[in-house]
Design a protein around this ligand. Structure first.
Ligand code: UDP
Length: 401
């Protein structure tokens, strides 16, 4: 049977694969563990699903473990998450919240087994696990937008971050005043996953039919968890402005993640805002809707990611890979991916977004040209092999220091 990695040869080339194998050989015997807070839904799970098997294929012992938590725990961590990103209103961190956050992590630390040579902890939810650190190396991989964290909450989290051996951020502007090394590693997509692999136009049509979305009308799509930082209500405003100028339809595709308790509240707000407009399609998808999202992205004319804060925005990468011009909020990791006027547009308001989407709807050949530029950028910078290489470099550096 072909190795997992060899399947990527036609995309990244033989030499790149050999380089990865060579790098991995030098790390033989090292054990690696990733810990996060959900096995499905959201960008972190999406990345680990592809990355972990590839580490193993390279002969590195790599495990992925998921912490468990109470409803209250995930409510607390979502509120910390929102405060750090500065969205969803100001929240107060009480002593009881801090205690529950710590208690759940201590329980998980006992249950999980955290003795790998290198432990990579993803995001805020499992951050306090570091209390269980021994002589092994611990890395905190932060996926969220840390451009302007709320001070009080960041100071609280910092007390844990400081115990790590290193951090990884997605974007240079997220760096903080820390006394430990800060690596900058951009996330990636897996071009061979069901989410991103090629699909026939027939399959795309079939899946549009399944969702009762008519093809042949200008279609604007946003794929995102229903979350205030993704600004789904702002996307509806964009659509309403467009609708006064031309015929079009809007698809908002989202779903929940186990570690995100806010989804149903935001979904309810979005449903209310839709009113009885039949041209707004709101899809609440199960977390395994990989082919469905792939097809929705391929069948859309323009893709929007109108985030107000964004750690990276894999949905932007996925859209660019499918040769779609993307209109994205001028924030966080989206700025790494959209080159304004080349592969899409960066926007800072509803009005600006509507103007850019209208331009792309009305200039399909320009949109197509931008889409091609987008795919080229993703091929060069945001595919999984590059991500794997960055991790191997980091593991090599951190275990030899
Ligand atoms: N996603 C999904 N189903 C949904 C919404 C999102 O599978 O209903 C996927 C999306 O395709 C992408 C990831 O979840 O792969 C979201 O990653 P991103 O970095 O855009 O945002 P996050 O949710 O991590 O903030």
């Amino acid at each position: 049977m072909a190795s997992e990695l060899s399947k990527y040869e036609k995309i990244i080339g033989y030499q790149e694969i050999e380089r990865l194998k060579d790098q991995a050989r030098r790390l033989k015997g090292i054990t690696l563990l990733h810990v996060n807070s959900t096995s499905t839904g959201g960008g972190v799970a999406e990345i680990l699903k592809s990355l972990v098997p590839l580490f193993r294929d390279l002969g590195i012992s790599c495990e992925w473990k998921v912490i468990r938590g109470t409803k209250e725990f995930f409510r607390i961590t979502k509120s910390l998450h929102n405060s750090v990103q500065g969205v969803g209103g100001k929240s107060r961190l009480t002593r009881d919240m801090a205690k529950e956050y710590q208690r759940v992590n201590r329980e998980n630390a006992k249950r999980l087994g955290l003795g790998a040579d290198v432990v990579v902890v993803h995001d805020i939810q499992p951050l306090p696990l570091v209390e269980a650190k021994g002589t092994n190396k611990w890395v905190w991989r932060c996926h969220i937008d840390l451009s302007r964290p709320e001070r009080e909450v960041w100071e609280f989290l910092h007390s844990y971050v400081a115990s790590y051996d290193a951090t990884i951020f997605s974007v240079p502007e997220f760096r903080q005043a820390l006394s430990i090394p800060q690596y900058i590693i951009a996330p990636s997509i897996d071009p061979l996953s069901d989410k991103n692999r090629d699909l026939s136009p027939q399959k795309v049509r079939e899946l549009y039919q399944k969702f009762r979305i008519p093809k042949g009308r200008p279609t604007l799509l946003q794929v995102s968890r229903f979350d205030p930082s993704k600004d789904p209500l702002g996307v509806i405003e964009v659509y309403r402005i467009l609708k006064e100028r031309m015929d079009c339809q809007l698809v908002l595709a989202g779903g929940g993640a186990e570690d995100d308790p806010e989804g149903s509240k935001i979904l309810a707000q979005v449903m209310e805002e839709k009113r009885d407009d039949p041209d707004i399609h709101i899809l609440d998808l199960p977390p395994t809707s990989f082919l469905e999202i792939n097809a929705l992205q391929r069948g859309a004319d323009v893709i929007i990611q109108k985030s107000l804060k964004e750690g990276f925005g894999l949905t932007v990468t996925e859209a660019l890979w499918k040769e779609k011009a993307v209109v994205g909020g001028k924030v966080g990791g989206i700025k790494l991916q959209i080159r304004d006027g080349e592969n899409g547009f960066l926007v800072s308001s509803v009005g600006e977004a509507a103007q850019r989407v209208e331009y792309l709807f009305k200039n399909p050949s320009q949109a197509q040209k931008m889409g091609k530029a987008g795919k080229k950028l993703v091929r060069e910078k945001f595919l999984i092999a590059r991500h794997l290489k960055d991790y191997l470099n980091l593991v090599s550096e951190i275990t030899s220091s």
